[in-house]
Design a protein around this ligand. Structure first.
Ligand SMILES: [Zn+2]
Length: 238
């Protein structure tokens, strides 16, 4: 069987043209029970640092592209310099940098206007987006029939939800914890992202401070189990 033969039925829908309903013909196509044949979805995949979120984002992009779907990849405050999604295991993909005044709906509309098909968005580092971006994601799903797959941290270094992550938990059709386990130094499952400055866990400060998980960074992050996050114990090598 070829990839084309395996493509979902909805891929056959025509590109929306000027003046068309942005959802195209697909939203109107209904099964006999009245449900839409293709229901776009907003999915949020979350996990601590280093759990492979960006790797999964790129893998998902690859899998969808293989099936003939076309998507855009967005990111914010990636570790690297240019706008791209990078992963711990060396994969990289160019990405659109999400700024405060970027409207994700305009991004899709502009692409469509240029004849570029957009079936889905992969939104990496979504916890760093603002609340309007999350509302725009929901709009893209509900009114444009575009799938949105968001990847990000749930909680910050204080173990409090990022606002965008909280909104994604509230609005997403599906929420999934990424199943690649990151272990605390003690061997328990790593759950929380500790910010470490001069060898100590800090619990106050700006919500977003760029750091890394390598030992030599001025500000670094270490994934800990809840017990050691709460006690601030970085382990024998901390
Ligand atoms: Zn531990």
């Amino acid at each position: 069987m070829t990839d084309d033969a395996a493509a979902p039925i909805c891929l056959a829908r025509p590109l929306p043209g000027p003046g068309d309903d942005p959802a195209g013909g697909c939203a109107a196509a209904r099964a006999v029970d009245g449900r839409p044949l293709h229901a776009a979805a907003l999915k949020f995949f979350w996990g601590p640092m280093d759990c492979g979120k960006s790797t999964m984002a790129l893998q998902m992009n690859y899998n969808h592209a293989r099936q003939g779907r076309r998507g855009l990849v967005t990111t914010r405050i990636d570790r690297s310099l240019g706008p791209q999604v990078t992963t711990r295991i060396g994969l990289a993909h160019s990405a659109i940098e999400v700024t405060d005044d970027l409207d994700l709906r305009d991004l899709v509309r502009d692409a469509w206007a240029e004849g570029v098909r957009v079936d889905y968005l992969i939104c990496d580092e979504a916890s760093f987006y603002n609340l309007e971006h999350v509302e725009q994601m929901a709009d893209l799903v509900d009114n444009f029939d575009v799938d949105v797959y968001a990847f990000g941290l749930a909680t910050d270094f204080r173990s409090c939800l990022f606002p965008a992550a909280q909104r994604l938990f509230e609005l997403a059709d599906e929420v999934a914890r990424i199943q690649v386990e990151v272990l605390c130094w003690c061997g328990r499952e790593g759950l929380l992202n500790a910010r470490v400055v001069e060898g100590r866990v800090v619990r106050e400060g700006e919500q977003v401070v760029i750091g890394d998980t390598v030992d030599t960074a001025d500000v670094r992050y270490q994934v800990l189990c809840r017990r050691h996050y709460r006690s601030g114990d970085l382990g024998p090598r901390g």
